[in-house]
Write a protein that binds this ligand. Structure first.
Ligand code: 13P
Length: 248
């Protein structure tokens, strides 16, 4: 298997206005001198076009897309619309959408399929709640989410997976490294089961309270291929050190 570059992606969630293009530029300028890490930013949909123009070598992605290409779905955005705006990939299945918009694994599968059909790659998010972790069933639940949300058309070069424990998002709490390693190893096993040997090359990102202080430890855990970063991606001062901590 060829060694994949680390992949560090910022998820800006519902944050950011045109004024923040300066932050993107600072990240893009720093990333331009270091092509050994893949970097992506997922701004709100309103900023995708502006960010795509100023992103340089940074990938710009959506945070979600609708499963359908067009239609009467007020407030929603299709994969092709994201692509036209300049996005090359999108997050699907983020736990905030699974919770707030009641998205199911089947919904996430439809969205992932839509990305594939639009020629965009996917970051497919999975993760357990604290109750599920405490029940001792986290690995079965999270690998089950992956298996149930991965379309038949999925290929290893199209896909990244993000393991984001719900209880670690925005809380400052991070699982111990052994638990991250165990979950990533289990997800790797599921990917190889579903995609064959090529599943070994899919990058599995960790997400949940990644910051400059813990990034190096997390990013050197076996089978951690990068990070999906929320709060710390909103400022260049906290996002750039995470990129710098990624293994080369
Ligand atoms: P935080 O890094 O703010 O915990 O968010 C993680 C996340 O949800 C990224 O998608």
């Amino acid at each position: 298997m060829t060694q994949q570059k680390s992949y560090i992606v910022g998820n800006w969630k519902m944050n950011g206005t045109q004024a923040d293009i300066a932050i993107l530029k600072a990240i893009a300028d720093a990333a331009a001198s270091d092509m050994t890490v893949d970097v992506g930013i997922c701004p709100p949909a309103t900023l995708i076009a502006a960010f795509a123009q100023g992103a340089g070598g940074i990938g710009v992605g959506g945070q979600d897309c609708h499963a359908k290409a067009t239609g009467a779905h007020t407030g929603c955005v299709s994969a092709a619309m994201l692509k036209e705006a300049g996005a090359t990939f999108s997050i699907v299945g983020h736990s905030e959408r699974r919770a707030d918009q009641h998205e199911t694994d089947a919904d996430v599968l439809g969205k992932a399929q839509a990305l594939h059909e639009a020629g965009m790659s996917a970051i497919l998010c999975v993760g357990e709640t604290l109750d599920e972790r405490d029940s001792g069933n986290a690995i079965a639940i999270v690998t089950g989410q992956l298996a149930a949300s991965l379309p038949d058309s999925a290929s290893a070069d199209w896909l990244s997976v993000a393991y984001e424990p719900v209880w670690a998002i925005g809380t400052g709490r991070v699982p111990v490294s052994e638990d991250i390693a165990a979950m990533h190893a289990a997800l790797r096993g599921t990917l190889v089961d579903l995609l064959g040997a090529a599943g070994a090359s899919v990058r599995i990102l960790y997400g949940g309270s990644v910051n400059p202080g813990n990034a190096q430890e997390i990013l050197t855990i076996p089978d951690v291929g990068g990070a999906l970063v929320g709060g710390a991606s909103l400022k260049a001062e906290t996002f750039l050190p995470i990129i710098q901590a990624a293994p080369r």
